[in-house]
Design a protein around this ligand. Structure first.
Ligand SMILES: [Zn+2]
Length: 364
């Protein structure tokens, strides 16, 4: 295996040089022959009652973007910070690790499309529509697992998908409910990604992707990047999940959606329960060997380890350029339950209803 893995869907930003009790460090990334990596800037779901309640998610996300970019810069001999798919390819060719940013939950956008636009400008190239909580945009898988209703995308969620398509920000459907997946597949104008997911048909955990959604990827063009978390690989007997179970899931995506729609998205440093035989990022060569031993061709392997996610990314870029060329404007929607604070003051230009407003004729 000379090519190495290009394009693991997701590893949490939790990193130093060597010797950490983590799944990822520079030395082991090189040992695992990693050529590209999305680093997840992740902030927990806020403990609030209303999606418009103040919380620190936007600030904390910006902090994580800041620390991730400084980390890429500090290790620029080995890592290349990339915001385009062509950068990822040239970084790979120069034997550096292409390093990209993804955010793991639209709660991190503070219920505002403006935050999505600004995250894009800050370099984020995918956002997971939910983490383990509903937000103003969509229903999370965890809600349905806990007995809640699957309401899919909200009206504001549709607006967000439209805006993400316009920007070229990839829509990530890991963590979302099944109806959210279906709603997005119906309306997304660009291919979607699942940064770290597994197959519902093989492991009946609602966090996983059902077969009808896998089949829908053929038309959408998207990719499911298979994760290595035990309970998502085997919902009945998680402890028995091993590297061969992960290979089962890779083949199920390939058999159901096609080899053009499968990738790898470990969830290293996002979980403590990895499949047996997959202890950290050094496992990739053994995993790829196991996939080859099951009969995958060289072309299928190339798609799995990076070409598929790069195609999805490139298609998002091409579509975004076309939307811009067609003059498509930013989506101006505001979340319907948004509460604005208003500064009542004597200036004539402020919002309607300002009781202290001095009439315009008093200004000369
Ligand atoms: Zn996750």
């Amino acid at each position: 295996m000379d090519a190495g893995v290009l394009g693991d869907g997701k590893t949490e930003v939790d990193w130093m040089d060597v010797g950490l009790a983590s799944h990822t460090d520079l030395k082991r990334l090189q040992e695992g022959r990693i050529g590209g990596q999305f680093w997840s800037v992740f902030v927990e779901c806020p403990d609030t009652k209303h999606f418009d309640d103040p919380d620190h998610a936007v600030r904390d996300t910006i902090e994580q973007i800041d620390v991730a970019k400084r980390l890429f810069a500090h290790h620029s001999t080995n890592l290349t910070y990339c915001t385009t798919s062509s950068c990822a390819i040239s970084s790979f060719k120069s034997r550096r690790i292409a390093s990209m940013l993804g955010a793991e939950g639209l709660h991190q956008a503070g219920s505002a499309l403006a935050s999505i636009r600004q995250f894009f400008l800050l370099g984020v190239r995918y956002i997971t529509l939910t983490h383990n909580c509903d937000n103003a945009f969509a229903t999370a898988a965890s809600t349905v697992t806990a007995g809640g209703k699957d309401s899919g995308l909200t009206a504001f969620g549709y607006a967000a998908v439209r805006e993400m398509n316009r920007l070229g920000m990839m829509v990530d459907l890991s963590h979302v409910s099944h109806d959210t997946m279906r709603d997005v597949l119906r309306v997304s104008r660009s291919p979607v990604m699942f940064s770290h997911s597994a197959c519902y048909a093989l492991a009946g955990n609602y966090r996983n992707v059902p077969d009808d959604v896998l089949r829908g990827l053929r038309e959408n063009g998207g990719v499911v990047m298979v994760m290595f978390v035990k309970r998502f690989l085997n919902a009945v007997d998680p402890e028995s999940a091993d590297m061969q179970t992960a290979v089962d899931h890779i083949f199920h995506v390939a058999d159901t959606a096609g080899w053009e729609h499968v990738g790898i998205g470990a969830d290293f440093d996002g979980t403590v329960t990895l499949a047996d035989g997959i202890d950290d990022v050094t496992a990739y060569p053994r995993l790829i060997q196991a996939v080859m031993e099951r009969g995958a061709t060289d072309a299928q392997i190339r798609g799995l380890v990076g070409e598929n996610i790069l195609r999805v990314w490139r298609d998002n870029e091409i579509n975004a350029a076309a939307f811009e060329a067609a003059g498509e404007l930013p989506v101006e929607d505001v979340w319907v339950e948004r509460r604005f604070s208003r500064w009542d003051n004597p200036l004539p230009v402020m919002l309607p209803g300002n009781k202290k407003r001095v009439q315009a004729e008093h200004y000369v």
